[in-house]
Write a protein that binds this ligand. Structure first.
Ligand SMILES: [Zn+2]
Length: 421
């Protein structure tokens, strides 16, 4: 390990604060968890795309985080994540981030040339044949043809990661000065545990000191709602991924704290017990990334506040209905909205604040919960950005009620189930 390397804590949890008003309320949730005895480092993340949608600058994320850390006198670790950056987009994040999510999804599947693939297969005879990994009962049987197929699919992506990683290191003053995550989640097909093993060997070859890696897992990780998929299959693959990571750390000299990162991790209530059990059994670390779940709590808070807050919440819903196609298009693979289940704007206009909050708040057993309304509003944050000062002014005027929901959502529905029970 590089001496004095900036090291990501065993447990870290990504939070998104789209309008830079909730960092303190978010940090409060981590403080409550620390009082319960579990230390989790908050990581404020915001992608380039999100900054463009909102019209914000990366420096605002760092400033909001610093203010929250000061206000709550937070002494434990925290980070600012340049989320899903690429070589073209990383520069404006360099000064204000210490965590970089290097997104190589675009290069996955662009085939590497035969010579490069053959050289990789020859360099890694240990990946072909019967691969025994501690913690996985049935050894992987990987033919050299299969290693070549995986290498062909991922080697260019890994090279890309190397280019971006070295660019950041050169600009930030060395590899020890930042935390690198490599993300492959925004792609069509999940990566199997044997694929993850090959990818990690390639990242080690490339010299990327990756501390956390975000594969695409099996099943659907829709925005703001629970996991949809085969829980037993997820558990098997998650456990195997943990074993593969421990194996790759020992075999290829990757950073000892390398861990899995679960993207679109908010609201995956059915996965949290599975993940919690795996962490307890193995002693592994975890990064889990959330973002939009906090913006929905802002809307819930404004609805409950009533008056102008409720009026704006209803306006945003009505506009979201009018622009449903355009709002949903960029998120087609991560939302499942049944439009027949969306109430009309007229119907919602008659709702009380509590009725609106119940429709949106992620309490699946509540009879008024509507996952279609919730998902539509999840992708509708651009409309709040458009409302500008009117929106943020209402957040400020109703700070107490909004903050209460932001904290409670993270603490009671996310952090506790994930780390305690
Ligand atoms: Zn992601």
């Amino acid at each position: 390990m590089v001496h004095g390397m900036l090291t990501l804590e065993r447990f870290s949890f990504g939070v998104g604060d789209r309008f830079a008003h909730q960092a303190k309320a978010q940090l409060r949730a981590f403080q409550l968890l620390a009082e319960d005895g579990i230390e989790v480092a908050p990581v404020w993340n915001k992608s380039n795309r999100e900054h463009d949608f909102i019209g914000s600058e990366p420096a605002s994320v760092l400033a909001a985080a610093q203010a929250a850390v000061r206000a709550l006198d937070w002494k434990l670790g925290w980070h600012v994540d340049a989320d899903h950056i690429r070589l073209e987009t990383v520069d404006r994040f360099l000064a204000c981030s210490d965590f970089f999510t290097i997104d190589v999804a675009e290069s996955i599947g662009r085939p590497a040339d035969g010579e490069t693939v053959n050289a990789f297969v020859a360099r890694h005879p240990e990946l072909s044949g019967r691969v025994v990994i501690s913690g996985i009962p049935a050894p992987f049987e990987i033919t050299s043809g299969e290693v070549a197929r995986i290498a062909g699919k991922y080697l260019l992506a890994v090279r890309d990661a190397g280019k971006i990683y070295r660019h950041i290191a050169a600009k930030k003053g060395g590899e020890a000065s930042f935390i690198a995550e490599v993300s492959m989640d925004e792609t069509d097909r999940p990566q199997t545990p044997p694929e993850l093993l090959v990818i990690l060997a390639a990242l080690a070859d490339e010299g990327v000191r990756v501390q956390t890696i975000a594969p695409k897992f099996t099943g659907r990780f829709n925005k703001g709602v629970d996991y949809v998929g085969d829980l037993a299959q997820f558990e098997k693959e998650f456990d195997e991924d943990l074993a593969v990571i421990a194996h790759a750390v020992a075999r290829y000299g990757l950073p000892a704290n390398l861990k899995l990162s679960v993207h679109s991790g908010s609201d995956k209530f059915s996965l949290y017990p599975i993940i919690r059990r795996a962490l307890a059994r193995t002693g592994a670390g975890l990064h889990l990334k959330t973002a939009g779940t906090t913006w929905l709590e802002e809307l819930i808070g404004l609805a409950e506040a009533g008056g102008a807050g409720l009026t704006l919440a209803k306006e945003i819903y009505a506009q979201a209905l009018e622009h449903v196609d355009e709002l949903c298009a960029p998120y087609a693979s991560v939302i499942d909205i049944d439009r027949a289940q969306l109430p009309s704007a007229q119907e919602v206009a008659d709702w009380s604040g509590a009725r609106f909050a119940h429709a949106v708040r992620h309490v699946p057993a509540h009879p008024e919960f509507n996952p279609h309304v919730r998902q539509l509003l999840h992708v509708a944050f651009k409309l709040a950005a458009k409302a500008g000062d009117r929106y943020t002014g209402l957040l400020e005027a109703n700070e107490a009620v909004v903050a209460k929901h932001v904290t409670e959502n993270l603490y009671a529905r996310h952090l506790r189930p994930l780390f305690i029970a």
